[in-house]
Ligand binder design. Structure first.
Ligand SMILES: Cc1cc2nc3c(=O)[nH]c(=O)nc-3n(C[C@H](O)[C@H](O)[C@H](O)COP(=O)(O)OP(=O)(O)OC[C@H]3O[C@@H](n4cnc5c(N)ncnc54)[C@H](O)[C@@H]3O)c2cc1C
Length: 392
């Protein structure tokens, strides 16, 4: 006999967990089905940056709405998310200064604490940085990073307290359809039935889509990350996206600095391919770049490295909405930037499902059908793609 629920969430990454939590708050009885365990996918390897600076207003809005959770986690969700306030700097190449200014103005209108600061101000905030090449940067004093696995686990625990069921080691193998409507799923642990199925399977979402006869324009993005030991001479530093040098970095506990590159990810690997090791020259390239921004890191040393994978869409922006069949929802394609918006995505998806429309933030622009219409999401004050094959 199938087990009956109001909704089935496929995938216990941070998105599936957040959706389950928010659906439970709205009184829906849901089950979260996970092939392996919580955080097995992108969530478990996320760098966890929490910032509001985007060039697309709706993404800043989602990040700002989510920030109200991160800074108030215990009261809003319960448990821990590991949010650490470090301050955040967004550095763009000089040619993007007009966009940087316009984006900061857009973010201020949303209520986000942010400002444009000079290179001299950057030096005051981060004395160990080389700043001669920086005329301006965007600064968010409240931002930082959090722990994505903790975040997913907290959402899941809170969802379970509100009545949700979590089944791990449970792989969805087929989608059950009747009269053009979704009816449930087949899994390695039997059949589950519900009129709503949410595909939050990250890099594997395309496979779930195929089971429902829905083609999702999704490839994969495989991303290398390194942790370096920070020498005393460097001291504390903020979280930084440094697009002029094509990298991002942030402090981590134990005097470590996490660094990754914007132009070094592998596109199109199989979602099931072994994550293996970072690319051959990745560590050398990363050390070279971090030493350009923080010369004192020359005295640092390699601590560890890891690889993670997320789903990537043609415009490097999420796919959210009902697709193909009544009751089949896609919440996927977060393109390496989804963690920080996971709280508001869960909130908005629960509104979309329960109320027919998301009210907290209008997410209709992430419509899965936009690619068929030839529409791509693009920043109002566009910086171009974050993930690219070379620096330009
Ligand atoms: C290395 C790396 C660094 C990142 N850094 C940042 C960052 O600094 N800031 C930021 O905001 N974002 C960052 N991201 C992006 C962010 O982590 C992801 O967008 C987010 O974690 C995606 O969550 P998800 O729940 O959609 O997917 P996932 O975490 O991938 O979860 C999907 C789950 O679905 C399960 N699943 C798949 N198929 C099935 C099936 N058939 N049946 C049942 N379960 C199934 C998988 O096992 C998996 O657990 C980074 C991502 C990576 C990889």
């Amino acid at each position: 006999m199938p087990q009956n629920y109001d909704a089935i969430v496929i995938g216990a990454g941070v998105m599936g967990a957040s959706i389950a939590f928010h659906l439970a708050e709205r009184g829906l009885k849901s089950v979260i089905l996970e092939r392996k365990q919580v955080g097995f996918g992108a969530t478990g390897s996320s760098s966890g940056l929490v910032r509001m600076h985007y060039d697309l207003q709706v993404e800043s809005h989602l990040a700002w709405t989510s920030f109200q959770y991160f800074r108030n986690w215990r009261e809003r969700v319960g448990g821990e998310c590991g949010f650490t306030r470090t301050g955040f700097l967004h550095i763009e190449p000089e040619k993007h200064t007009p966009q940087l200014r316009a984006n900061v103005e857009m973010q201020k209108k949303l209520g986000i604490p942010t400002e444009v600061i000079s290179g001299a101000d950057v030096k005051k905030i981060a004395p160990s940085f080389f700043t001669d090449d920086i005329s301006f940067a965007a600064y968010e004093p409240e931002s930082g990073y959090a722990d994505a696995t903790l975040t997913a686990n907290s959402f899941l625990s809170a969802a379970k307290e509100l009545g949700a069921t979590f089944v791990q080691d449970c792989e969805v193998t087929a989608v059950i359809v009747s009269a053009g409507k979704i009816n449930g799923v087949q899994t390695t642990r039997g059949e589950f039935s519900a009129p709503i199925v949410i595909n939050a399977a990250g890099a594997w979402s395309g496979m779930i889509g195929e089971m429902a006869g829905v083609k999702i324009p999704l490839t994969t993005w495989t991303h290398d990350v390194v942790h370096m030991r920070r020498p005393d001479v460097v001291g504390e530093h903020p979280t930084v996206i440094d697009s002029s040098l094509g990298m991002y970095f942030r402090p981590d506990s134990g005097n470590l600095t996490l660094v990754a590159l914007e132009d070094d990810s592998r596109i199109g690997e199989s979602p099931n391919a072994e994550l293996g090791y970072v690319a051959k020259d990745f560590v050398d390239r990363t050390v070279e770049r971090i030493c350009m921004r923080i010369p004192g890191m020359e005295q640092g040393s390699l601590h560890s490295s890891h690889v993670g994978r997320d789903g990537l869409t043609p415009d490097q922006r999420a796919i959210i909405g009902q697709a193909g069949l009544q009751g089949f929802y896609l919440v996927t394609g977060f393109s390496g930037t989804g963690f920080k918006i996971s709280p508001s995505i869960g909130l908005c998806v629960s509104e979309l499902i329960v109320d027919g429309k998301s009210k907290s933030v209008d997410i209709s622009g992430f419509d899965p059908m936009r690619f068929e219409r030839g529409e791509h999401l693009k920043g109002e004050n566009d910086y171009g793609f974050i993930w690219r094959n070379s620096l330009s």
